[in-house]
Every structure is written in structure tokens, then in C-alpha cells.
Design a protein around this ligand. Structure first.
Ligand code: FES
Length: 257
């Protein structure tokens, strides 16, 4: 874990509430190894009312450019301030934090399911799977077309399927209604997004005998196991999702009766 200043290389508003911010270490030090599912804690600068850093998933790491991508949803004053950061400005970041998704050793059919901004870690995971020679499928869900993010980036690493609740893009409905789940047989599913979506995906995986990992988006404050506000009940007891997670196998969770 490191605490360093990054320089913002670019800040692109992707839709009405999400920005893609690309950052690089301010002193050009090489980025350490990072893994899909891990997250960072960003200091909200020039905001005396905001004491806590904001936890953000690692969206992508471009080793060649020594660049980390952060997909940020503006859901409060802190994340709004972060999204106001301009290229060239400095961002203080603690990273990398948490555990990561399991990268399989053998090829198989892998489905990566993301809802809304929960698609963020799936791009980095898709890249890692693709580097191993695997070709994952992505299933992206949102309320409407404008909520489907980075589709062309996902298409570099596998086949992309989409659902929207209003039917404005892809198939209409929730991710668990998509026809690809009837038409293809998967060996493993990874998911991140709103809890009801992840629970539905976990139940689908369980009922169909498919292994599944979820990346929890529990409320976080400290990000390193001190405040206990991110506790998740598991088969191993109550665990901090910031240090023992955010990624859990569904067999460890108590979501499935
Ligand atoms: Fe403080 Fe997990 S966020 S213990």
C-alpha cells in the first residue's frame, strides 16, 4: 500500500453522472502491480468539510503509459469535487487496497456482469483474462442507454451483451433476464454493481452450479480495517470488506438460503 501524489492526465465526462479520470504518479515512479477488484482511496482536496477519502475501484491499468483509470460516479459532494479536478492537477491517492478477483489458471467460459458504475473493475478483469488468452463475455446493465459505459473498451477483450431497464439499448430488463444466460453455459461468473443485482446474479450462479465471485460495494470510510463500517456477514464471521474483500466467493456470503 502506498500514499502518493498522482497527476491527472485527463478527465472525461462520460455521461450525466460518471467521469473517467486517468492519472499517473506525479514523480513518474513506475506503478506497482495491481489486480482487478482492488480499489484506491482518493483525498478530496480543498474541501475542509470532507475529511474522509473516497473509495474508488481501479477501472484499468495501462502499464505502458504508467497510467491508472478511475471511473467515478458523482453521488455526493466528495465525488463531485473529485470530478471537478482538471488535467495537470494533483490527486493524493492511497493504493492499491483490498483483495482481487481470482484469475483462473485454465480456460473456460467466463461471464463478467456489471451494473452501472459497477462495471468499472470488469474492464481491468477482462484485460487480465484476455492477456491469459481467454475470451470472456461481458454483460453490462443499466437503467437506460446512457448508463452503459465504456462499451468500446470492453469490446477489445471479449463479446459484449447489454441490458437496459427501459429497453433503450440491448435487451430490455435486468441482467439476469438476458437471453445469453439461456443460450450459453458458463464456468464462472464475476459480478459487481448494485446489491440487488449482485444477489440475483449470485442466486442464478448458485442454482446453475456455476462458481461466482462478487465485488461488494459496502459503505467504506477508512479503507484499511480500522472503522468497521464496511462489515459483511460471512461464513468466516463478520469481515471488513475493505481488507478481507471487496471480492468474495458467493459460497462465503449469506445471501443464498
Ligand atoms: Fe473502515 Fe473497512 S472501511 S474498516
Amino acid at each position: 500500500m502506498k500514499v502518493i501524489d498522482f497527476t491527472v492526465r485527463s478527465n472525461e465526462q462520460l455521461n450525466y453522472q460518471n467521469n473517467l479520470i486517468k492519472v499517473a504518479p506525479a514523480d513518474n515512479e513506475a506503478l506497482p502491480d495491481m489486480f482487478p477488484g482492488q480499489f484506491v482511496q482518493i483525498l478530496v482536496d480543498n474541501s475542509p468539510n470532507i475529511f474522509l477519502r473516497r473509495p474508488i475501484s481501479i477501472n484499468f491499468v495501462d502499464k505502458e503509459k504508467n497510467e491508472m483509470w478511475l471511473l467515478i460516479q458523482q453521488i455526493g459532494e466528495g465525488t463531485r469535487k473529485i470530478c471537478e479536478t482538471q488535467a495537470g492537477e494533483t490527486m493524493n491517492i492511497i493504493f492499491p487496497l483490498g483483495n482481487s478477483f481470482t484469475i483462473p489458471q485454465q480456460n473456460g467460459k467466463f461471464l463478467l456482469v456489471g451494473g452501472g458504475v459497477g462495471t468499472a473493475p470488469m474492464l481491468f478483469l477482462g484485460k487480465k483474462l484476455s492477456e491469459k488468452g481467454f475470451s470472456p463475455d461481458f454483460l453490462l446493465g443499466g437503467r437506460s442507454e446512457r448508463d452503459i459505459l465504456q462499451q468500446t473498451d470492453f469490446e477489445k477483450y471479449g463479446t459484449v451483451y447489454c441490458t437496459t431497464e427501459d429497453g433503450s439499448f440491448g435487451e430490455k430488463g435486468f441482467v439476469t433476464h438476458h437471453s445469453v444466460l439461456q443460450n450459453k453455459k458458463y464456468d464462472f461468473i464475476y459480478t459487481c454493481g448494485p446489491k440487488p443485482m449482485m444477489v440475483a446474479v449470485a442466486k442464478y450462479a448458485h442454482e446453475n452450479g456455476i462458481g461466482c465471485e462478487v465485488s461488494l460495494e459496502n459503505l467504506m470510510a477508512c479503507g484499511f480495517g480500522a472503522c468497521l463500517c464496511c462489515i459483511e456477514k460471512t461464513t468466516r464471521g463478520n469481515l471488513c470488506s475493505c481488507t478481507e474483500g471487496p471480492v468474495f466467493n458467493i459460497n462465503e456470503l449469506t445471501w443464498i438460503d
